[in-house]
Design a protein around this ligand. Structure first.
Ligand code: NAD
Length: 290
């Protein structure tokens, strides 16, 4: 079966829109700030899509564009300003950043309560500690968890293999799955017997950014395959990290690229923006009054 990420995303966006309507009735307009540095074409498309969808759903999204040669201080000052702005519930810094910028310092500067990407060390630490509660979680891994839950994939006791261990995808996924009692293994470029490990996976999640990395020989019959990769081929065609046709014939469930994880990442970002606005304006004041 092919997972319909677009359909799930539509459902999640509908829910976000309803929650936004409720917040607006109380005079609260969720607000996000998107920082884009330079003119990377893929980043331009991603940020534009996020910005447009946010506005369509009723989120007040503002774009802050900086030239490729911007210095660290200018970005940090903008983040400090946004941290103090009561109309801004979430701050997003689009990656990749040019090499003169220190991405780690930039993320650390974001108020963890406004860290819409869930990449601040405090939020990652909460996730790894298995804490439940109101803190943002990286949107792609969270979107993948929603996909698995919506398609009723059993996580407890499942043997999950993740290819790629970036901070954006692989590492938060490890924590999320581990918190749900899955047995999780990372595989990377240095793994001995790569195929032997991937062949034991009940659920294989691939986030390497290498087109065609996973073929039918790398998977177990009946496994669930989640392809996170987004690669643009010379022909202009978008493709994932998985040889879709070969693997789909052997898997029980598979995400396509495009139309799988991608739409769920953006929908999760929208949903999390609403969560941040709720925590910021309502949950906090309730706590203060209690
Ligand atoms: P990254 O480059 O930060 O990390 C890639 C990881 O894969 C690293 O751990 C690297 O060691 C590993 N890797 C690279 N080549 C490998 C190989 N041949 N074998 C095994 N492991 C290998 O990338 P990222 O930000 O995690 O993104 C990964 C892919 O997912 C990219 O294609 C990116 O565009 C895509 N992505 C998609 C979404 C989405 O919403 N669908 C979101 C984020 C990233």
């Amino acid at each position: 079966m092919i997972i319909d990420g677009k359909k799930l995303a539509k459902k999640l966006n509908k829910n976000s829109r309803q929650r936004i309507t409720q917040l607006r009735k109380q005079g609260i307009v969720p607000g996000i700030a998107v920082i884009l540095v330079g003119n990377d074409p893929a980043s331009e498309i991603y940020t534009r899509n996020k910005h447009r969808l946010a506005r369509k759903l009723g989120i007040n999204s503002t774009m802050y564009r900086f030239p490729d040669n911007v210095d660290q201080k200018t970005i940090i000052n903008k983040i400090k300003e946004l941290n103090l702005d009561n109309q801004v519930d979430g701050i997003l810094v689009q990656k990749p950043l040019p090499s003169q910028l220190d991405g780690e310092q930039i993320i650390n500067e974001i108020n963890p309560e406004k860290d819409i990407d869930g990449l601040h060390p405090l939020n990652l630490g909460r996730l790894f500690a298995g804490q439940t509660g109101n803190y943002p979680i990286a949107c792609t891994p969270q979107g993948i968890m929603t996909i698995l839950d919506q398609y009723k994939v059993t996580l407890s006791g499942a043997n999950v293999v993740i290819v790629g261990r970036s901070l954006l995808v692989g590492k938060p996924l490890l924590a999320l799955l581990n918190n749900r009692n899955a047995t999780v293994t990372f595989v990377g470029r240095h793994t001995h017997d790569f195929s032997e490990v991937t062949n034991k996976a009940d659920i294989l999640i691939v986030a390497a950014g290498v087109p065609g990395l996973i073929t039918a020989n790398n998977i177990k019959v009946g496994s669930v395959v989640i392809d996170v990769g987004i690669n643009r081929l010379k022909s202009g065609k978008l493709t994932g990290d998985v040889d879709f046709n070969g693997v789909a014939a052997k898997a029980s469930l598979i995400t396509p690229v495009p139309g799988g994880v991608g739409p769920m990442t953006i929908a999760t970002l929208m949903s999390q923006s609403v969560d941040l606005a709720y925590w910021h304006h309502i949950a906090k004041s309730k706590k203060l009054l209690a």
